[in-house]
Design a binder for this molecule. Structure first.
Ligand code: CR1
Length: 740
């Protein structure tokens, strides 16, 4: 999820001024031009954006890395809002061409599907041979990723599917000309469209085809490069580290075994020893239900040889496991790569763990959950495999590109631009926190960014907002566990209080502009209802003249990278309020932190480490802790829920915001006894945290100090630190500087 590339490339190449000057001579302004660029949205949410930050850091730190992915013709859908409802529109982002990509018409590989497996005699030995039924061509499109302050530029190679010219000669020869052309079009569909669900995977044939297509082309590319310089596969683990960024590419395990065994004839155990040394794996999910599974029948018909290989990996693993743990059949069946049951499936996470030398979590909390719950059995077997590498975000994109005024201020007061490559230097801001002119300049920068955001809000939604109000933002994918509903209920409560307040009390109220943005997966009914409720409440509140500037609610449509670049610098407060134990890491919070925005958060995912760095006095923390959640859930109907929560729920149920019937099922999800994400039981402490934020906001000096300290604590959350940890601990690679 790269977003736009122009500003980022020009900055990373260090040619910002010359470029702007050249444009000027042509009669264009850089800022105006940059705004014309569309976003590359080839992913869903946190994982995809994190990958883009990782690429930026890999390039900047001179690591010799390649990123691989699919060149979807339709990226993540565009969200438009009609009458408060989300509608999805195709993102045909390549309409005007993509100036950032280089089509490599000579870098193509055949990717095969279907067919049968036959046993043939080869020099007296029986070997398995896959006779595929269909062939598709993968064409490489290279997207250069320039590092900052280095000549190193790495490559994001994306694959597009093209019909192979060979595959249906027979059809042509038998005269079925029209059908063979139609078939060609079907094969092109493989890289057409991104699946918009970021957490649930429904074993769809096309998704599996996409995964294999991506994996097969990438591995052929990697092995071709390896073979250009080496002729002994024993050297492969020395030369190549493959990182599975979640389970989506985990079929590469079966594919590389197939290549080494069936094509390179290394024999199973030699191939297996090699494969075991090259893969590392990061999981980005928390709940076991979110883990990817592929139905055996589907895999068997699309990739018959791979299914055999997966069975063999599993049977060897089961034998080895029995020797270690005995005949504990429950545990054996939990750990098996094959899940028995109504729909027999391959557990892609188990496969990845078994075959990787390292299993990474994305934050400390996440890693603990993996060890004690999700993958407990595996942790007990291989404790040394489990590590965590806390996520990060790149300060190049999230400060230098998106917040030029802050960038200038930081360099001025730190006396150097070195923080752009070494974010640890941001701690130096702590030295100036008591300096009044620094604080004044800091305040001015925030004001400027709020102005930009206010203009955008007015253009998008027609709502005029006051710059004196606290800009309170929650932007991320819409999910029940991220609890946008808790935020909306908080807003309803605030509105209700305002309505019942006399004029005198109202004068003491901190005006708020509540900003919510994010996409709901098209089939996620409840998430879509949350979006509608947000609009219904906004309609009522924003049109209530009696409330005026004291409260505004805006939904920002089509949240994406470039919208984030505008919204994040302009936020005073941002919310990261998932039910503890559900957000693996969260990276949005890190971007807000870098931009001097205060956090209102639960102790979940990366927030726990942010607190270590920032101190709990400098953010607004609330809610149940990870270790309390299970117990609270057990209480069910006996759980204590504040009266205010019941009142807000009633208002929605009674149709105070219209659409009474439509919202009933949404209300059911948080009714006492049914409230899985614990909105009710966290509501009291949520309101307290909000009150604390209001209290701090009326003391501007205190607020600005907290804001400065937030940015000062953000260095640890640079993806440069993340990547360095991966490079040193997991991949064991060294920087490799461009020699010229
Ligand atoms: C997690 O939900 C994490 C990112 C990056 C997401 C989020 O908490 O910050 O990954 N997972 O590690 C995801 O997108 C498909 O899964």
């Amino acid at each position: 999820m790269i977003g736009r590339s122009l500003s980022n490339s020009v900055i990373n190449l260090g040619i910002q001024d010359q470029y702007a000057e050249a444009l000027n001579q042509l009669g264009f302004e850089f800022e105006v031009l940059a705004e014309q660029e569309g976003d590359a949205s080839l992913g869903n949410g946190g994982l995809a954006r994190f990958s883009a930050c990782q690429m930026d850091s890999l390039a900047t730190l001179d690591y010799p890395a390649w990123g691989y992915g699919l060149r979807y013709e339709y990226g993540l859908f565009r969200q438009i809002i009609v009458d408060g409802f989300q509608h999805e529109q195709p993102d045909y982002w390549l309409n005007f061409g993509n100036p950032w990509e280089i089509e490599r018409i000579h870098v193509t590989y055949e990717v095969k599907f279907n067919g049968t497996v036959e046993e043939v005699d080869m020099n007296g030995e029986k070997v398995k041979v896959w006779i595929p039924g269909e062939t598709v061509e993968a064409v490489a499109y290279d997207n250069p990723i320039p590092g900052y302050g280095t000549k190193n530029t790495i490559n994001l190679r994306l694959w597009a599917a093209k019909p192979s010219n060979q595959f249906d000669l027979e059809a042509y020869n038998t005269g079925d000309y029209i059908n063979s052309i139609v078939n060609r079009q079907n094969t092109e569909a493989i890289s057409n469209v991104l699946y918009p669900d970021d957490r649930s995977h429904q074993g769809k044939e096309m998704r599996l085809k996409q995964q294999y297509f991506f994996v097969s082309a990438s591995l052929q590319d990697i092995i071709r490069r390896f073979k250009e310089a080496h002729n002994n596969f024993d050297e492969l683990p020395e030369q190549v580290a493959l990182h599975l960024n979640d389970t989506h590419p985990s079929l590469s395990i079966a594919e590389i075994m197939r290549i080494l065994v069936d094509e390179e004839h290394l024999g199973w155990s030699k191939a297996w020893n090699i494969v075991n040394k090259i893969f590392s794996f990061t999981t980005h999910t928390v709940v076991a239900e979110g883990l990817e599974k592929i139905p055996v029948d589907l895999l068997g018909s699309l990739l018959p040889r791979h299914l055999q290989i997966l069975y063999e990996i599993n049977s060897n693993f089961m034998e080895e496991l029995k020797k270690k743990i005995g005949l504990d059949y429950n545990r054996l069946s939990r750990m098996s790569i094959i899940e028995e049951g109504a729909v027999k499936s391959i557990r892609m996470a188990n496969l990845s763990i078994v075959c990787s030398h390292t299993v990474n979590g994305v934050s400390k909390v996440h890693s603990n959950t993996l060890k004690t719950k999700t993958f407990k059995d595996f942790y007990e077997l291989w404790p040394e495999k489990f590590q965590y590498t806390t996520n990060g975000v790149t300060q190049r994109r999230w400060i230098v590109v998106s917040n030029p005024s802050l960038c200038a201020l930081l360099s001025k007061w730190l006396g150097t631009e070195a923080w752009i490559r070494n974010a640890d230097l941001l701690t130096g801001l702590r030295d100036h926190v008591d300096n009044t002119s620094f604080r004044h300049e800091w305040k001015m920068v925030k004001r400027l960014n709020k102005m930009r955001l206010a203009e955008y809000i007015e253009t998008m939604s027609g709502v005029k907002v006051s710059l004196d109000a606290m800009f309170d933002v929650q932007v991320k994918r819409i999910h029940e566990y991220k609890r946008q509903l808790l935020n909306i209920f908080g807003i309803i409560h605030r509105y209700d209080c305002l309505k019942n307040m006399d004029k005198n009390d109202r004068r003491k109220v901190v005006p708020r502009v509540c900003i919510i943005g994010g996409k709901a997966a098209p089939g996620y009914e409840i998430a879509k209802k949350i979006i509608k409720l947000c609009h219904a409440v906004a309609e009522k509140v924003n049109n209530d003249a009696d409330i005026g500037d004291l409260l505004k609610l805006v939904f920002i449509p089509d949240y994406n990278v470039s919208v984030a670049e505008l919204v994040i610098p302009g936020a005073d407060l941002s919310q990261h309020i998932s039910t503890a134990g559900h957000e693996a890491s969260g990276t949005g919070s890190m971007k807000f932190l870098m931009n001097g925005c205060l956090l209102l958060a639960t102790a979940d995912g990366s927030t726990v480490e942010i607190i270590e760095e920032l101190g709990s006095d400098n953010l607004f923390l609330f809610g149940a802790k990870v270790e309390e959640v299970a117990e609270l859930r057990e209480k069910g109907g006996a759980l204590k829920v504040p009266l205010q929560f019941a009142r807000v729920l009633r208002m929605v149920r009674d149709g105070y915001f219209g659409d009474k019937d439509y919202f009933q099922s949404l209300c059911d999800t948080v009714e006492v006894g049914n409230d899985f994400y614990l909105l009710g039981s966290d509501f009291g402490s949520y309101l307290e945290a909000q009150a604390a934020a209001d209290k701090a906001f009326v003391e501007p000096d205190k607020w600005i100090k907290m804001s400065i300290l937030s940015a000062a604590a953000s260095g640890r959350f640079s993806s440069d630190r993340t990547i360095r940890e991966y490079a040193e601990r997991t991949w064991k690679i060294d920087p490799c500087q461009c020699p010229f």
